[in-house]
Write a protein that binds this ligand. Structure first.
Ligand code: PLP
Length: 387
């Protein structure tokens, strides 16, 4: 009786829902599934952040509507964090806004800048929200492939002139989910120049900016010259402080772009619960030891997993960042076939690369969101099947 909008009908089914169903079926058969599928940290939020929340939630002034753009104290904390971690100066009044998680900001940005028929350049494979939010704004996603031979960086030369001219936004994401690739200054500068030349908003998703290994530090796009002219950078406390359930993130960068996004937001949401903002201030201005601790945990898990995968004969690049391993599918399988094989024969759940776009075919993603003991058990199981 109630027909979905054409807009909604264009959206592909959310792959993760199907995978969840596959997992449940297996569990009903009595299999103890080891789930490397979802990118949701299993490690709790650090104690000092939880305690700040407990205090903040008691205060009646925090029970009222928050401001749309976020408390000035929160925006100052973001500026302090960017200065400390990335050496980037931000004006907390004009160059920072709060978000209800970075997904919310990413999903709303196209509504602010895209007209019917405009292009949005999205990476393939990539976080599905770039594609979906483009369609919800009646834009046309132009998929730019991330290929192994290019270090999973897009080739801007390959984008047709006609697309570049009609593109309003380009989404990029480094450290990258799902490929784990990182971007260096030279590449970032070329992205900024490409967007400047064509009047495109460079929307950088920096969700994994603090999940790095072996002493590597991820670059903010705002570190390069001219970036403020064209860039908005999405960031979040979700992965940095294990706060996915809290729903708090922020956007920083070009004032005019932030204003456009904020105008969308003032019409659809009412900001972030102030108690959550106060907890976020405790996180952003507190000791960085919890970030380092987090990275040590993921690095140990990475090392156990990649040692095991290597022994089995699987190929991948050793990740410098993110909590994933982007693993090549052995000859003779599609990514979905290989995912089903791992689930059916070993009770191990991974995400098929094709779920992130057609150029994700040939890969599966392992999330390092299980502890070392479980990873070791998974490796044992994998050694007992014929790959
Ligand atoms: C996890 C993730 C996000 C979103 O996180 P929020 O919890 O909404 O802040 C954004 N982009 C990528 C690539 C992610 O993996």
């Amino acid at each position: 009786m109630f027909e979905l909008s054409e807009r909604l009908k264009k959206l592909p089914p959310y792959l993760f829902a199907e995978i969840d169903e596959m997992k449940r079926r297996k569990e009903r058969e009595g299999v103890k599934v080891i789930d490397f599928g979802v990118g949701d940290p299993d490690i709790p939020t650090p104690k000092h952040i939880v305690e700040a929340m407990q205090k903040a939630v008691e205060k009646p002034e925090n029970h009222r509507y928050p401001s749309y753009e976020g408390m000035i104290s929160f925006r100052q904390a973001v500026a302090e964090f960017y200065k400390r971690r990335k050496g980037v100066e931000l004006d907390p009044e004009k160059e920072v806004i709060s978000l209800i998680g970075s997904k919310e900001g990413i999903a709303h940005l196209p509504l602010g800048f895209v007209n019917d028929g405009d292009y949005v350049i999205v990476p393939d494979p990539g976080y599905p929200v770039y594609f979906a939010s483009t369609l919800l704004a009646d834009g046309i996603p132009y998929k730019v492939p991330l290929k192994k031979e290019n270090g999973f960086l897009p080739d801007f030369e390959s984008i047709p002139d006609e697309v570049a001219r009609k593109a309003k936004i380009m989404f990029l994401n480094y450290p990258n989910n799902p490929t784990t690739a990182v971007a260096e200054k030279e590449f970032i500068k070329s992205a900024v120049d490409f967007c400047k030349d064509h009047g495109i908003i460079l929307a950088h998703d920096f969700a994994y900016g603090e999940i790095t290994f072996d002493g590597y530090r991820a670059k903010s796009f705002l570190e390069v010259d001219d970036a403020f002219e064209v860039s908005i950078e999405f960031n979040s406390l979700s992965k940095t402080y294990n706060m996915t359930g809290w729903r708090i993130g922020f956007a920083v960068g070009n004032e005019e772009i932030l204003k456009g996004l904020l105008k969308v937001k003032t019409n659809v949401d009412s900001g972030v619960f102030q108690a959550v903002q106060e907890a976020a201030i405790a996180a952003l201005t507190g000791s960085d030891e919890c970030i380092e601790q987090n990275c040590r945990i993921y690095q140990e898990r990475r090392d156990v997993l990649i040692r095991g995968l290597r022994e089995i004969g699987l190929n991948f690049e050793k990740p410098k960042a993110t909590f994933y391993v982007w693993c090549e599918v052995p000859e003779g399988y599609t990514s979905i076939e290989f995912t089903k094989k791992l689930l059916n024969e070993a009770g191990i759940l991974v995400t098929p690369g094709v779920g992130f776009g057609e150029h994700g075919e040939g890969f599966v993603r392992f999330a390092l969101t299980r502890d070392v003991k479980i990873i070791e058990e998974a490796i044992e199981r994998l050694k007992n099947i014929n790959i």
